[in-house]
Design a protein around this ligand. Sequence first.
Ligand code: ADP
Length: 190
Amino acid sequence: MVVLRMVILGRQGSGKGTQSLRLAEAYGCVHLSTGDILRAAVGEGTDLGQQAEAVMNSGGLVGDDIMIPLVQERIGKDDIATSGVLLDGFPRTADQANGLESMLGARGQMLTVAINLDVPVAEVTLRMMARGREDDTEDAIARRLDLYEAETAPLLDWFAERGLLATVDGLGEESDVFGRLQAVIDQRLA
Ligand code: ADP
């Protein structure tokens, strides 16, 4: 059986989290959301949570020195080796992408595909204002979107250079978007 190792990229508010849950369920792989891990750590008040909380609330990025070891540790677990993984929220910087490549390479593994769930800035801004999450203040939204363009959007080229990038239109009904995502993944599996 093929073990899927996928990355999903997309602006904050693109629907990445929702679609990731559905994809992980449909393909039986582990959903590894760095945002979820960090929010849980904040909720539990662990060292990681205390380090991350202020940065998250301001819309900044938690340091690569924290994020790369965090994912490295998790990605080595047996469930991911067996079932594969959908990375949601990682990598977000060039150093994280290089870190991912070397942590997989060290295990003789490669990514299957990196999906860009594409939703324009104007639309994601409206969606985030509407969802009203605690870290969704107007300033934090603007900062996160700026950081996405500066730090994460360049990764699209990085993945494209490796023949791994697939772009999926994230506008429209949730189930239509899900169908488009499945089509892209199934094509890679064929
Ligand atoms: P969103 O996509 O809405 O920004 P996430 O759940 O992916 O939400 O992440 C929430 C916050 O957690 C980010 O704004 C950032 O502060 C932090 N975070 C998550 N993943 C990373 C990462 N890979 N590198 C740095 N910071 C991260």
